[in-house]
Design a protein around this ligand. Structure first.
Ligand code: F6R
Length: 359
C-alpha cells in the first residue's frame, strides 16, 4: 500500500523520520546516552586489528560512509569491499579480524558467498540486514537489524539510511570497547543523533527546491556528483541512485580526483552537483567547485551554506554526524524527482531486481 504517495520509493523516502527514530530507539538507550547492551553483544571489538565490511551496491556505499566513523571513533583499520570482487580475490587475513556484511534483503548471492567464504578466516562475522529471517542473517555469527520495515521500491532508500545508522552504532560501540570514546563523548554523540528524525523531516520540506534542480539535471546526458571526505560516498550513492532510476548517465567522484581525469569532460553541457559538507574539508571542496565553474560548467551545491536558490539546495543546519543522513535524503529525492519528471518506472527500473540472488 503506497498510502497517499505516487510511488513506493517516495513513500519509503518519507518514512525515514519514523524508520530512523525507531532504529535509534533500537540501538541506543537515548536517556542514558549509551549503545544498548544487546547490540552486537557478543562481538568484542577490543582486540580487533582489522574490520572488513563486505556488501554490494547501495549497501556498499553505506559501508563506505561508516568507514570514516569506525576509523575515527574506534581507531581500527577498516576495509570496504565489493562482495563480487572480494569473494574471488586472493586475500590476506590476519589475527583478530572482524567481518561485517551489509545487505537489505539478506539474500544477495555475492554477499552471502563472501560471508560463507570469509567465516573460517576471521574471528567473528556480523550481518547488518533488514530482513531478520534472511539467509545472510542465519549464516552470520551475530545479526544487527535495521528495523526499516519492508522496502518495496527497487532503489534502496530507507534501508540505506538505516544501514548507515546501524553501522554508526557499531562504530560507537567499537570506540567504547576499545576505550577510545569516553562515556561523556558517547552521550554527546547520541545527543546529536536524537535530532535526526526532526532534521530528516526538515529536509523533506525542501522538496520544491530539489524538484527544480532535478528538472534542470535531466536536460543533460551526463551528471557528475562530487564530494570529499564522508561526502564522497554520498556522491557515489547519488550517482548510483540517479542513473538507476532516471537512465541519465551519472558518475560520482572524490572532489580531489577531478583534476586527475574527469575534468576533461566538463563543459557547459555537464552539470556538476557538489555535496559541500560543513566539515573541515568544505573549503577544499569549494575550490574544486570553483575549478569546474571556471570551465563553464553549471555547479549545483548541496549544503547548509548555500545562500540562494540559484546556487543549489540549502539543507538544514545540523551536526557533522547528521549531515550524511540529510544529504542522503536530498540525493534520494533528487533522483526521484528527476525520474518522475522523465516519466520512467520509478519503482521498477528496467533490468533491475530488488533482490539479486544470482551472481
Ligand atoms: C540500489 C540498490 C542495490 C542494492 C544491492 C544490494 O538502489 O538497491 O544496489 O543495494 O543490490 O542489495 P542488498 O542490500 O539486498 O544486499
Amino acid at each position: 500500500d503506497k498510502g497517499p504517495h505516487e510511488h513506493f520509493m517516495l513513500k519509503e523516502i518519507y518514512e525515514q523520520p519514523d524508520s530512523l527514530g525507531r532504529l535509534l530507539r533500537h540501538l541506543f538507550d537515548l536517556d542514558g546516552g549509551k549503545v544498548k547492551d544487546d547490540i552486537a553483544a557478543n562481538v568484542d571489538f577490543s582486540a580487533a586489528q582489522r574490520i572488513v565490511i563486505v556488501a554490494c551496491g547501495t549497501a556498499h556505499y553505506a559501508s563506505h560512509v561508516a568507514r570514516y566513523w569506525i576509523e575515527d571513533f574506534a581507531k581500527v583499520p577498516v576495509e570496504i569491499e565489493i562482495a563480487s570482487e572480494y569473494r574471488y580475490r586472493p586475500r590476506v587475513h590476519g589475527a583478530n579480524e572482524i567481518a561485517i556484511v551489509v545487505s537489505q534483503s539478506g539474500e544477495t548471492a555475492d554477499t552471502l558467498a563472501a560471508l560463507k567464504d570469509v567465516r573460517e578466516h576471521v574471528s567473528a562475522t556480523l550481518a547488518v540486514v533488514n530482513v531478520p529471517t534472511s539467509t545472510i542473517a542465519r549464516e552470520a555469527d551475530t545479526v544487527l537489524t535495521i528495523e526499516a520495515g519492508p522496502e518495496i521500491g527497487v532503489a534502496s532508500t530507507k534501508a540505506f539510511t538505516g544501514q548507515v545508522l546501524a553501522l554508526l552504532a557499531l562504530a560507537l560501540k567499537a570506540g567504547c570497547d576499545r576505550g577510545v570514546i569516553s562515556s561523556e563523548d558517547l552521550a554527546a554523540r547520541i545527543g546529536e543523533l536524537v535530532t535526526l528524525p526532526r532534521l530528516i523531516s526538515e529536509t523533506l520540506a525542501v522538496r520544491d527546491d530539489i524538484e527544480r534542480v532535478a528538472r534542470h539535471l535531466i536536460q543533460s546526458a551526463h551528471v557528475l556528483f562530487l564530494g570529499r571526505g564522508i561526502q564522497y560516498p554520498i556522491a557515489l550513492e547519488a550517482a548510483l541512485k540517479f542513473k538507476e532510476i532516471t537512465y541519465v548517465h551519472a558518475d560520482g567522484y572524490a572532489a580531489g580526483e577531478l583534476k586527475h581525469g574527469p575534468i576533461a569532460l566538463v563543459d557547459q553541457k555537464m552539470p556538476v552537483v557538489v555535496f559541500d559538507g560543513a566539515g573541515a574539508l568544505s573549503e577544499k571542496t569549494a575550490s574544486n567547485a570553483a575549478e569546474v565553474v571556471a570551465r563553464g560548467a553549471c555547479v549545483i551545491r548541496i549544503g547548509t551554506g548555500v545562500e540562494s536558490a540559484d546556487q543549489g539546495i540549502r539543507t538544514p543546519q545540523c551536526s557533522d554526524l547528521v549531515e550524511p543522513f540529510v544529504n542522503a535524503v536530498v540525493l534520494q529525492l533528487l533522483a526521484y524527482e528527476a525520474a518522475r519528471a522523465k516519466g520512467t518506472d520509478v519503482d521498477q527500473p528496467r533490468n533491475l531486481a530488488k533482490s539479486v540472488t544470482v551472481e
